[in-house]
Design a protein around this ligand. Structure first.
Ligand code: ZN
Length: 244
């Protein structure tokens, strides 16, 4: 899509749909891209397994992207899980709490991710940090907000004296538009890779394969993913009908 890629970036990469689209986006526009993942004691290690497979499949199916894809870094932040007992890290039920936030919210998690990423980027000479936070299908996570990340970018710049940039290509996209972006970046091959290899389900279920990918189908993450996929398919069918 991008005419002439240049520069370098570090992608916060979980192996989920959103960060995989972000990785494709980065590989399309930067000549050197590295990935970072965080092992914070997730209750399912599936996410970390998916990361490796997605990276391998990207390199295999998109040789031009593969040539730009640099090392992967996994940072152990399991001590963070010890602070916040939440549904994602402790096996508690996923529900809405009286704070108005889902029990999957890990306070400060995204803030911590960026601080680690900036420290790594500093060492690796990667001053563009790319991540899949999104305000549109807002799950109520205050650390996914654009305003939060703009303030964080400023804090990181001040705190490092390096002109770090935080790029969030999905910030204003619906889930349907995220599927469409994946399609624009890498066509059916990339969409198929996202369906087959990425993981989004909060429960870590991979037994059942839906048209939109693997997951329990009932947790909030699966519901968002399924709804976005259906909307994208419907809009694509509408466009094809209109062009006939
Ligand atoms: Zn699920």
């Amino acid at each position: 899509m991008t005419e002439s890629p240049s520069g370098s970036a570090l992608v916060l990469f979980s192996g989920g749909q959103d960060s995989t689209v972000c990785l494709g986006w980065a590989l399309d526009r930067y000549t050197r891209v590295e990935t970072v993942g965080f092992d914070y004691g997730q209750r399912h290690g599936i996410e970390l397994e998916c990361r490796r497979r997605v990276r391998d499949e990207i390199a295999r199916r998109f040789p031009a992207w593969g040539a730009r894809l640099g090392p992967d870094h996994v940072i152990d932040v399991s001590s963070f899980g010890a602070i916040g007992e939440t549904a994602l890290t402790s096996g508690a039920e996923i529900e809405m709490l009286s704070t108005g936030l889902p029990s999957t919210f890990v306070p400060g998690r995204n803030l911590m991710f960026f601080v680690y990423a900036a420290a790594l980027g500093y060492r690796r000479g990667l001053v563009t940090l790319v991540a899949g936070m999104c305000e549109t299908d807002f799950s109520g996570y205050p650390d996914c907000r654009d305003a939060t990340l703009q303030a964080l970018e400023r804090a990181i710049r001040l705190g490092t004296e390096i002109p770090f940039t935080i790029e969030t290509p999905l910030m204003w996209l619906t889930k349907a538009e995220t599927w469409a972006l994946g399609d624009r970046l890498g066509g059916d091959v990339f969409v198929d890779l996202i369906v087959e290899e990425t993981h989004t389900c909060y429960r870590g279920a991979r037994e059942e394969r839906h048209p939109w990918g693997y997951g329990c189908g009932t947790c909030p993450a699966c519901q968002l993913r399924a709804k976005g996929f259906a909307e994208w398919q419907a809009s694509r069918a509408g466009l094809q009908a209109a062009s006939r």
